[in-house]
Design a protein around this ligand. Structure first.
Ligand SMILES: [Zn+2]
Length: 236
């Protein structure tokens, strides 16, 4: 009986020692992880990503007959991954091919109500910046191409974000970025630092080919994420 108790005490001692070393061993690893994460450029930033259109609203139609909403969705997903890789937190307005209203049961100005719902999501999440992803379309002149960021007229933050993104897009030759411009888009009311990104022209064959290409989508998305990081670096 006494011997059994001694053995149990020894077993407990070994278990305690094992637990002690597990804890000691685990602590430095956890401590090492957090400074790495917090050193990432978008750490602590909440980025709103708004894939334009969706559901009943397809947006523009490309030269190959694809709906704009699909390009917007694909590039938004890649942008989200790029933002997370830089330590940021992402809030999407939609994560599927949906509209944020039921068009059959929404009287009045459907588009405005749909955008109001997007703005509500972004404002409730207290986002630090918003990138609304769209594709441009100009059928009368199909040679026009290039990516362009639009910001709200009176927003210095929007202008600074658009400029930072323009700088990063300029590193991608095929993106052929156009200078940022003031744009009167309702979604730009979602945050102070908000831009509407027209990623390229679906009416231009070469732009459309690029925008449909997964590799290009990834490069474009990471340039947008780097632009966000640059913006926060310059406007802390
Ligand atoms: Zn659009």
């Amino acid at each position: 009986m006494e011997e059994q108790r001694q053995w149990r005490a020894i077993a407990m001692l070994f278990a305690s020692i094992a637990l002690f070393f597990t804890l000691i061993g685990g602590t430095p690893a956890r401590q090492a992880a957090s400074p790495n994460l917090s050193s990432l450029p978008l750490f602590g930033r909440v980025i709103g990503i708004d894939p334009g259109h969706g559901g009943y609203d397809g947006g523009a139609v490309s030269v190959t007959g694809r709906a704009e909403k699909e390009y917007n969705f694909e590039i938004s997903q890649r942008l989200g991954a790029a933002v997370e890789a830089l330590g940021g937190t992402v809030v999407y307005t939609r994560e599927a091919d949906i509209a944020l209203i039921d068009p059959a049961n929404t009287p009045g100005y459907k588009k405005r109500k749909e955008l109001d719902n997007r703005i509500s999501i972004l404002q409730a999440a207290k986002v630090d910046a918003v990138v609304s992803i769209h594709m441009n379309n100009f059928r009368p002149q199909r040679s026009i191409r290039g990516a362009q960021a639009f910001y709200k007229a009176e927003s210095a933050s929007g202008a600074a974000l658009a400029q930072a993104i323009y700088g990063c897009l300029s590193q991608i030759e095929e993106a052929r970025p156009r200078k940022p411009s003031i744009g009167d888009y309702y979604i730009l009311n979602s945050a102070d630092a908000a831009i509407l990104m027209e990623c390229g022209f679906l009416s231009n064959k070469e732009d459309e080919r690029l925008l449909a290409d997964g590799d290009y989508q990834t490069r474009l998305a990471s340039a947008l994420a780097r632009g966000l990081a640059r913006y926060f670096e310059l406007s802390p």
